[in-house]
Design a protein around this ligand. Structure first.
Ligand code: G3P
Length: 219
């Protein structure tokens, strides 16, 4: 049984641009997962190389809701799938989308069997987004993103409430939480509160030895 899901969002930090994305991905892949499911979300420009190099599932940080066709600059699921990409993250607070676009995109992802991690920034948004029944719903308070205080320590009641709301509407959706997750305590606390995993970024991406931090987190 999977102990939890760890989604590593590379964002667009200088440490992961270009070939560095593959180096970090390899270092992450060298860590024993200890029964956790790992998902990597590199930049659009590096996800192909990362997916070719490691076995951990790679998700796209964005996807458009259309089939192949005349869509200049489009991020097309059919192409992502051809490149070995296993799913997508949508609506991160750093890349918000209108609800009408999200509705179309999540529907299209379902049709294409392309799992979605749908991000939310508040309980109000959780209530709205769960109606789309994504595979994963992530709760990430924007004010804690990139900081040293984790969502599991700062907002325990919001995590509990998110789990309640999600499970009432669609028990199959896995609940994740993120923002400021740094270490084993933050991960364990999130799991104790009912989350099924976490999203994180700077604690791994902005350190010299991400594999060491991850190893301690999963220990
Ligand atoms: O998507 C994960 C993210 O927004 C959390 O970022 O740097 O607070 O772990 P960070």
């Amino acid at each position: 049984m999977i102990k939890g899901t760890i989604v590593l969002n590379f964002k667009a930090y200088s440490e992961i641009l270009g070939d560095s994305a593959v180096t970090i991905a390899k270092n992450i892949a060298s860590v024993h997962n200890k029964g956790f499911e790992l998902i990597l979300v590199p930049t659009l420009l590096t996800l192909r190389e990362v997916a070719k190099t490691i076995k951990i599932p790679v998700y796209s940080p964005h996807t458009d809701p259309f089939p192949p066709g005349p869509h200049t600059g489009g991020i097309i699921i059919d192409e992502l799938k051809k490149l070995g990409i296993k799913g997508t993250l949508l609506n991160h607070s750093e890349k918000k989308l209108p609800f009408s676009i999200l509705t179309k995109t999540v529907e299209y992802c379902k049709k294409k069997q392309f799992p979605v991690i749908l991000c939310t920034s508040s309980l109000t948004e959780v209530k709205k987004m769960i109606t789309l029944k994504p595979e994963y719903l992530a709760f990430e308070p924007p004010e804690l993103i990139g900081g040293k205080i984790s969502v599991s320590k700062a907002k325990p009641l919001s995590i509990i409430k998110t789990v309640q709301v999600v499970k009432k509407i669609n028990p199959q959706t896995q609940v994740l939480c993120g923002a400021g997750i740094q270490n084993r305590d933050d991960l364990q606390k999130a799991l104790q509160l009912g989350a099924q995993g976490v999203l994180l970024s700077h604690a791994l991406i902005k350190t010299k030895k991400p594999e060491k931090v991850l190893e301690m987190m999963l220990s």
